[in-house]
Structure formats: structure tokens, C-alpha cells
Write a protein that binds this ligand. Structure first.
Ligand code: TRP
Length: 334
């Protein structure tokens, strides 16, 4: 019987902050199902985070917490390769090589570099500048077909394609040229206290974190902004009722109910009934994720066994590409 090989997908996740409801409903929730169709690699991009200064103990804790959270959100370690970037030396090794095939001019045009160097003017280091070459290495090592990224990372994937093409033009077909994969978006969740901006950790009062205590979640929902129109009813109208519509979006995403069902459920009831009901539904949706994350984090041996298995598989695949590259550029075989 002929085995059809699944297409390969790879993505890196920076362990730079706590995950929130917007991340979950908008993206992560859908990732578990991808494994049916694709051979998926996800890694904690810890090497990327040190381009800005980190507190070492926090970085370590966040890397493990984030890994545990992704598993709890449905990334099954049996079906996905989950690993830690700094555990697979091939990333740094190919990163160096690709630095030598990435042009100063190209790197200077990266908008993320311009943004981050404006924000951290006291620490515009070489790593911040050459970060896209490391990201190209992260990707090309695994010969993926697709790289799922948000808008802010499209430019880096485009650069990766250019670098891969340049390398292939010199040395023959070494790298597969990956495509950016724009995921089917889940719900677009806005801040609870400003429905015109996306839910983000930078506005903590409007943001519900996955690991937050139920009473804190409920407090945030009770204080959520509703709209100052006079009808005071639960009706989906993003244009004129952005606050209520955002809460309806959240409620719909966590319960699976349609807008019509939600409107009739709360027909004749005010926001004072609606807001805590949304809070309650979110608490119930996040409870198993939080509990599972806590369970995994307590079981250090389990978590370690997962990333060690992932590291090993990743190192095997990455090593094959790296050996090819080293040979092509003229390094003596080890
Ligand atoms: N640069 C990505 C970000 O900031 C993270 C990342 C690092 C990545 N290496 C990657 C994403 C490789 C996709 C593929 O979000």
C-alpha cells in the first residue's frame, strides 16, 4: 500500500507572555485539529526572546508554562512534535550559515526590527538585527510546506523564501521553499474595556488570561464595557453595539451558540444578567485548560519526557538538513 506523506507545517512560539482568551479563541483552539492533516512541529522560540532583555528565571518558567498550556489547549504531544529551540543546536548552527546569505539591506527593511529598536533604543543588539536569519534557519531545517504566521511575521517568511532561493541558486535544491499559511481565523476577540482594540496583555483589565482565577475572570466580565445606547438589550450589532457584540462573540465561541440563539436566550434580560452569564461560560471553558496546565506543570517528569521526545525527533530531522548544508558550503565532514 502506498503511503501518502502528510505535508509538513512548522511554527515557533515566543515564550514572552501569558496566553489569554483572545489567543485561545482566535487561534490556539484550532491548532489541535491540524495534526489530522499535517505533520506539525511547534517549538518554544526561547533563543529569539533574548533579543530583548529577559529575567532568566521568568524565561525558564514561561517556556515550560507555555508548553504545558499548549498541550492543555489540545496540542497532543503524541500527534505533534513539541520541542524547545535551544535544545536543538542545529538552529544556532544553520542560523550562523544563513547569516552569511542574508543581506544587510534586507535585514534593515524588516519592520519588526525598526519597531523593536525604537522601543528598546538602549539595546539595539546584533541578535535583534539578524533575528530573521535565525528564524529562516528554524524554518528551513524542517523543510516544511507551510508556516502558519500572523500578519506581523509575513515579512520574515518572505525573507526566508528569498534566502532559501538564493542558497538553492548557488548550491542546488537544498531547501524546500515554504509557503506562509494564513490560518482560518477563529473569533476576533476585543478588549473587555475597549471594544475597539484587540484583547491584549498590554491592557490587563480588559484581558482574560488562561490561568486566571475564576473570581478575577468574573470581576472583569462584570466590569466589561457595554454600550451607551438606550435599548439595553442583547442584540448583535458590531457597528452600533461593539461592546455587547464582543461579549456575544465570546459567548458564542465558548458555547457554540449562534447569535440568534443568544439573542433569544437573553431576550428581555438586561446586561446585568448577560455579563455574568458570559463570565460564567468563559470560566467553565477555561477551567479544564487551567487545571490540565497545573497538572502538567506539577508533573515535571511528564513535561520533561514530552520535550525530550520532541527535541530528539526535531534534532534528527534538522540534523539531516544541516549536514547537507555543511557539505554544500564546503565544511569538512565531522
Ligand atoms: N518570530 C516569531 C514571532 O515573533 C516566532 C518564530 C521564531 C517563528 N521562529 C519561527 C514563527 C519560525 C514561525 C516559524 O512570533
Amino acid at each position: 500500500m502506498e503511503e501518502t506523506k502528510k505535508k509538513v507545517m512548522l511554527s515557533g512560539i515566543q515564550p514572552s507572555g501569558d496566553l489569554h482568551l483572545g489567543n485561545y479563541l482566535g487561534a490556539i483552539k484550532n491548532w489541535g485539529a491540524r495534526a489530522d492533516e499535517f505533520d506539525c512541529y511547534y517549538f518554544m522560540a526561547d533563543m529569539h526572546t533574548i533579543t530583548v532583555r529577559q529575567v532568566p528565571a521568568d524565561l525558564r518558567r514561561r517556556t515550560l508554562t507555555q508548553l504545558a498550556q499548549y498541550i492543555a489547549c489540545g496540542l497532543d504531544p503524541e500527534k505533534n512534535t513539541l520541542f524547545i529551540q535551544s535544545h536543538v543546536p542545529a538552529h544556532a548552527e544553520l542560523g550562523w550559515v544563513l547569516n552569511c546569505y542574508t543581506m544587510f539591506g534586507e535585514l534593515s527593511r524588516m519592520t519588526q526590527f525598526k519597531d523593536k529598536s525604537a522601543k528598546h533604543a538602549d539595546n539595539i543588539n546584533g541578535g535583534l538585527f539578524t533575528y530573521p536569519a535565525l528564524m529562516a534557519a528554524d524554518i528551513l531545517l524542517y523543510q516544511p510546506d507551510y508556516v502558519p504566521v500572523g500578519n506581523d511575521q509575513k515579512q520574515h517568511v518572505e525573507l526566508t523564501r528569498n534566502v532559501a532561493q538564493r542558497f538553492n541558486n548557488i548550491y542546488g535544491d537544498v531547501f524546500k521553499i515554504p509557503e506562509p499559511y494564513i490560518p482560518k481565523t477563529g473569533a476576533r476577540i476585543m478588549s473587555l474595556n475597549d471594544p475597539t482594540s484587540k484583547m491584549s496583555k498590554s491592557i490587563p483589565e480588559g484581558c482574560v488570561f488562561l490561568m486566571e482565577k475564576p473570581e478575577d475572570i468574573q470581576r472583569k466580565f462584570k466590569r466589561a464595557i457595554t454600550d451607551s445606547d438606550t435599548e439595553h438589550c442583547v442584540r448583535f450589532d458590531p457597528e452600533n453595539k461593539p461592546g455587547v457584540s464582543n461579549l456575544m462573540n465570546i459567548y458564542s465561541a465558548v458555547t457554540g451558540k449562534t447569535m440568534a440563539e443568544i439573542e433569544s436566550e437573553f431576550d428581555g434580560k438586561g446586561y446585568g444578567v448577560f455579563k455574568p452569564a458570559v463570565g460564567e461560560a468563559v470560566i467553565e471553558c477555561l477551567r479544564p485548560i487551567r487545571e490540565e496546565t497545573e497538572r502538567i506543570l506539577k508533573d515535571k517528569a511528564y513535561l520533561e519526557s514530552i520535550y525530550k521526545a520532541g527535541d530528539e525527533k526535531a534534532a534528527y530531522v534538522a540534523g539531516k538538513t544541516l549536514r547537507k548544508v555543511y557539505k554544500k558550503v564546503g565544511f569538512v565532514a565531522r
